[in-house]
Each structure stands twice: as C-alpha cells, then as structure tokens.
Write a protein that binds this ligand. Structure first.
Ligand SMILES: [Zn+2]
Length: 62
C-alpha cells in the first residue's frame, strides 16, 4: 500500500512550509535546520559561520 503524501517542511526562520528547503547550520555547532531559499540567502548574508548541508526536496524520484 502506497499512500501519496505531499510532504513539506517548515522553514526554520519564516515557519512557512516549502517542498524544497536547504539544510544549513547558522553556526558551526548548531543542529541542522531547514531554510527556504529566501531565508538561506538572508542567513548567508548575516552569518559567516553558517554551514550548507544540501537540499531537501519532498519529491524524490518520479
Ligand atoms: Zn524561510
């Protein structure tokens, strides 16, 4: 049985659900958080120590 669910994650900063997010750590020692593109760009601009950890997408393979 396969149920198709639309899986989204909320952005850590703006709390909106997105189907594609970017994994990043604001500071080196923080746990991974998910950010939407807009918030990731803000984070990039404001934090020098942030770490980029890849992309998360709700759709894996089609
Ligand atoms: Zn956001």
């Amino acid at each position: 049985m396969k149920t198709r669910r639309i899986r989204t994650k909320p952005c850590h900063a703006c709390k909106r659900a997105h189907d594609a997010l970017f994994r990043a750590r604001p500071d080196g020692g923080d746990p991974w958080q998910f950010y939407c593109r807009a918030c990731l760009l803000k984070l990039k601009a404001s934090s020098r120590s942030y770490t980029y950890g890849g992309t998360w997408k709700s759709k894996k393979r089609t």
